[in-house]
Design a protein around this ligand. Structure first.
Ligand code: HEM
Length: 408
């Protein structure tokens, strides 16, 4: 039997496809673009259940060693990218190792800790918007690409502050992150190795000149307390960069684009900034940057949404679909910045719930507040239909977001 493939066409506008799938049941057999057979979970309730199910494991390496990966890969499929030098991190582990590694970064990412970064984040955003304005002023039609000038620069600078990474590393890390997120597995393998090498060198330099930052505290946990291994140290820094960068870039872009297409909601936010935090939750529900959660696999057979998931079978939870499930959210395809979309799955759910959520929320809030305060008349500089999406199965984001900061 041929299985539906989550290919480019599917991802160009996944929402009608999600709706059709939901009406046929909550869990479906599907093929990933790589050729891996998975169970795709498309409805809200089953998605939440899957994200905390005791029979689902995140220990991907174990599933490979047990032969499940080769068994579930269809003929002619794309081989898995080796990532052992950067893959020993919390998102590829179950408790207790997951808990051990998460604890090492959690303290730096609580609401209270990230609040201390607020003045720095405000300053970074203001500086980048000054530069964005200069580019707009020099352009013949007053337009500027917000992705190039602002959204892609902002989160990497913030991560630099949190992790203690010098600016000279940013272009390399940004390039490597984009390469890894692409669907080109051959390329991803080489880039993961390069990523590991680059981070190892960065850590060596940081060891000589430690600071008040997260990488220094991870090095201390490694060297003085032996709470993680060398490869776990490199992998954890890798995860923080990869998980913290593109997600935030794309979320700011998606949120702003959604607002520019809903002028009445933009006006409401401009007039009342207290609506911004709630609006950001709605953007995460309406169109988050990640199509799906990372893969899980079954350690024993279990029932989910009327199907039996067998031992060693993979499960892909489609967060974007669950967040548009009409049984959970009223009029799910409507953007409504005043709704409070409690329980959305934009940051996941369960023990792997995004540990960076407090930082991401703060960045989103500052970005939106600055943009709406400085540019009350901001508008798209091209029709929405001309915007192009950079899509990978994992992540989706705008290639460019040309805007005019003020009415021409
Ligand atoms: C809008 C921005 C963001 C979104 C939408 C987002 C989304 C997510 C999601 C859905 C997961 C769970 C994946 C799964 O269960 O398979 C996750 C986990 C994670 N995120 Fe985020 N994220 C964002 C920003 C950040 C930031 C800024 C950081 C770090 C500074 C970060 C670090 C992490 C880490 C380390 C994990 C793994 C947690 C664990 O395994 O316990 N994320 N994120």
């Amino acid at each position: 039997m041929s299985l539906p493939i989550m290919d480019d066409e599917f991802l160009t506008n996944p929402y009608p496809a999600y709706q059709a799938l939901q009406s046929g049941g909550p869990v479906h057999r599907m093929l990933l673009p790589s050729g891996l057979r998975v169970w795709a979970v498309v409805s809200y309730e089953e998605a939440r259940t899957a994200l905390t199910h005791p029979s689902l494991s995140k220990d991907f390496d174990a599933s490979v060693q047990l032969g499940y990966f080769d068994r579930e890969m269809t003929e002619g499929g794309i081989p898995r990218a080796e990532h052992s030098s950067v893959g020993q991190h919390m998102l590829n582990m179950d408790p207790p190792h997951h808990t051990r590694l998460r604890k090492l970064v959690n303290k730096a990412l609580t609401v209270r800790s990230v609040k201390k970064l607020e003045p720095v984040i405000e300053a970074i955003s203001s500086e980048l918007l000054d530069a964005t304005e200069a580019v707009a002023a020099a352009s013949p039609d007053g337009s500027v690409d917000l992705v190039a000038e602002y959204t892609s620069r902002f989160p990497v600078r913030v991560l630099g502050e949190l992790l203690g990474i010098d600016e000279e590393h940013f272009p390399v890390l940004v390039g490597l992150t984009a390469a890894i997120m692409s669907d080109d597995n051959e390329n991803a393998r080489d880039n993961m190795a390069l990523f590991g090498k680059h981070i190892t060198e960065m850590i060596a330099r940081k060891r000589e000149r430690p600071g008040e930052d997260l990488v220094s505290s991870l090095i201390q946990a490694r060297d003085e307390e032996e709470r993680l291994s060398d490869v776990e140290l490199v992998s954890t820094v890798f995860l923080m960069v990869v998980a913290g960068y593109e997600t935030t870039v794309n979320m700011i872009g998606h949120g702003l684009r959604a607002l520019l297409n809903h002028p009445e909601q933009l006006a409401a936010l401009r007039d009342d900034h207290s609506l911004i935090p709630g609006a950001n939750e709605e953007f995460l529900r309406y169109e988050g940057p990640g199509n799906r959660a990372t893969l899980r696999f079954a350690t024993e057979p279990f029932e989910l949404g009327g199907v039996t998931i067998g031992t060693g079978e993979y499960v892909s939870v489609l967060l974007g679909s669950a967040n548009r499930d009409g049984t959970q959210f009223v009029c799910p395809h409507q953007l409504d910045v005043r709704r409070s979309p409690t329980g959305h799955l934009g940051f996941g759910h369960g023990v792997h719930y995004c540990v960076g959520a407090p930082l991401a929320r703060l960045e989103l809030e500052i970005a939106l507040r600055h943009l709406l305060t400085r540019y009350p008349d901001i508008e798209l500089a091209v029709p929405d239909s001309e915007l192009r999406w950079r899509r990978s199965f994992m992540m989706q984001g705008l290639e460019r977001l040309p805007v005019r900061l003020s009415k021409g």
